[in-house]
Design a protein around this ligand. Structure first.
Ligand code: PNS
Length: 165
């Protein structure tokens, strides 16, 4: 039986921390679907289409990873894809409370689906998409914390419109 896992998130934009989790997840599961949430509560820097494109380029070297987006409840999407697992990265204790609540409600709504947590590699433990955007806004070098394609996209975003700053 093929083991399919969903790695959900906002990915606004994908960082090397995300990529680390996706890569390691792809070593464990037959197929990893990276799923971008259409989140109406947050105003994103990158549109869903842009985020999908960046993720596709950043993961093109990993054959068993596919990129998709979803609306609504994660657990419904996971069931629709006939996946049995959700992959999430944990950076620090501060992530734990939210992740435990999310895993618990997902378990209640979909008892057959397991959430797998992976500790983010140490060098990325401080990293988040928000931190990346914060420093990229001031044109700092982000080339060692995001994939090259994202560094380019951030440069283009923040150099094209001073109003973004
Ligand atoms: O990258 P993020 O913003 O930490 O990802 C959060 C995400 C997308 C995994 C979470 O918000 C989510 O699953 N949203 C879909 C709605 C849902 O299923 N909510 C119940 C579980 S929290």
């Amino acid at each position: 039986m093929t083991s399919i896992a969903v790695c959900p998130g906002s990915f606004d934009p994908v960082t090397l921390g995300h990529l680390d989790i996706i890569q390691r997840g792809s070593n464990v599961f037959d197929e990893v679907i990276v799923a971008v949430l259409h989140n109406r509560n947050k105003v994103p820097l990158f549109s869903v289409e842009e985020r999908l494109e960046l993720l596709k380029k950043a993961t093109e070297h990993i054959p068993n990873v596919t990129i998709d987006s979803f609306n609504g409840l994660l657990i419904d999407y996971v069931k629709q894809k006939q996946a049995k697992a959700i992959i999430r990265g944990l950076r620090a204790v501060s992530d734990f409370e939210y992740e435990m609540q999310a895993a618990s409600i997902n378990k209640k709504l979909g008892p057959d689906v397991e959430t797998f947590f992976m500790m983010t590699s140490n060098q990325y433990s401080y990293l988040s998409s928000s931190i990346v955007k914060e420093v990229a806004k001031y044109e700092a070098d982000v080339s060692d914390i995001v994939p090259p394609v994202v560094a380019e996209a951030l440069k283009a975003k923040f150099s094209s419109s001073p109003r973004n700053k």
